[in-house]
Design a protein around this ligand. Structure first.
Ligand code: MG
Length: 364
């Protein structure tokens, strides 16, 4: 393990729910979820720790969440507010390093190997970031510190909420040995079951398999498993890349002509798109609708606004474009694929960065 980097993974605790409890004190100490209403087949985007005790989890249908916790308080997400706090938190990050890779509004990796405050200890940097986040936002986060991205991420999950967990190169192999394989990022339910079928439950079991065997049974991901089991992850922390567009599409099991069915599909796609946009903390001002007809001819229709789309304008504009295509331009033509995308993202406002070295100037 020759990797000598210092990587921090910061994950805000129950972020959306914590922001709501912060802004609306009546929900503090109470089971609270942020999500869509059950009448509209909504899903939970975030659950407070009080709600988690009842088994309420994110990505769960809201109806199921209410079955598990009848006294659950449900509020709609307020993404502009979450973005605002996320931007504040990133302002704190930028005082320590320029190497920040956002994963979602509430999650980021930081490479602090050479940091702006010249603090040699990654743990000290994480402690300072945690306390500054608490001071400036009144919210807690959990930090994981290690020498690569995947270990830092696993470490951040170890002591939630308000956790700080460090995995040093010396500790890594002992820590990994007993780690359940499902905790390795990228191992979903299907892979976990497949691994279990081979008798692989903890990372130590993975060590007994060679690269060839893993490649044979898990393809490309087999090589990732081979490396992770040995504590290896060379991926660099990549500062924010510019996203040009985000889109989602679906191919139907059978061709659709019914406008109501198409509306419903568009609504589902729009929800998915909104989730993707939200995960990236962005929203653009150009919407593009894509249709592929049964004969494979494909058309796109776009519309731009002066302001970025929000949830309701996205739904409304998408629907209007769809109706234009299906009722006016191509009435009755069977459709096999529907897609919707957003582009033309503005640059998010950057928080003014304070000059840390200002303090170090000796007065004359
Ligand atoms: Mg989080």
């Amino acid at each position: 393990m020759s990797d000598s980097r210092k990587i921090i993974h910061i994950d805000m605790d129950a972020f959306y729910a914590s922001v709501e409890q912060l802004d609306q004190p009546q929900f503090r100490g109470k089971p609270l979820a942020v999500g869509g209403p059950s009448e509209k087949r909504g899903v939970i985007a975030a659950a407070s720790y009080e709600a988690r005790k009842f088994g309420v989890r994110s990505a769960m249908p809201t109806a199921e969440a209410f079955r598990r916790c009848p006294e659950l308080n449900l509020v709609s997400p307020r993404f502009p507010r979450y973005r605002e706090i996320s931007e504040q938190v990133h302002g704190i990050f930028r005082c320590y390093t320029d190497l920040i890779e956002p994963v979602a509004l509430d999650e980021a990796w930081l490479d602090v190997s050479a940091n702006l405050i010249r603090e040699p200890s990654g743990t000290r940097v994480a402690e300072r970031i945690k306390s500054e986040i608490l001071e400036q936002t009144a919210l807690t986060c959990s930090a994981g510190v290690s020498y690569n991205k995947f270990l830092a991420k696993i470490a951040s999950e170890e002591n939630k909420p308000d956790g700080l967990f460090v995995i040093t190169p010396e500790q890594a192999s002992a820590f990994l040995k007993v780690l359940p394989v499902r905790k390795i990022p990228g191992v979903g339910r299907v892979t976990e079951e497949k691994l279990r079928d081979f008798g692989i439950e903890i990372t130590e079991d993975l060590l007994k398999k060679d690269a060839e065997w893993l490649n044979q049974h898990f393809g490309k991901f087999g090589m990732v498993l081979f490396q992770r089991a040995r504590g290896i992850d060379h991926r660099p922390v990549e500062p924010e890349r510019e996203t040009k567009s985000v889109s989602v599409e679906t191919t139907f099991d059978r061709n659709l002509t019914n406008l109501e069915e198409l509306d419903l599909e568009l609504q589902n796609l729009t929800e998915k798109l909104l989730q993707r946009l939200d995960r990236n903390g962005i929203c653009g001002s150009t919407l593009t609708l894509k249709l592929k007809f049964a004969d494979f001819e494909q058309i796109t229709r776009s519309e731009s606004r002066s302001l970025p789309f929000d949830r309701s304008s996205l739904l409304e504009t998408g629907k209007r474009k769809l109706h234009q295509c299906c009722s006016r331009e191509y009435p009755g033509r069977p459709i096999r694929l529907l897609g919707i995308g957003i582009s033309n993202f503005g640059k998010p406002p950057r928080v003014v960065q304070l000059d840390f070295f200002e303090d170090l100037k000796i007065p004359v």
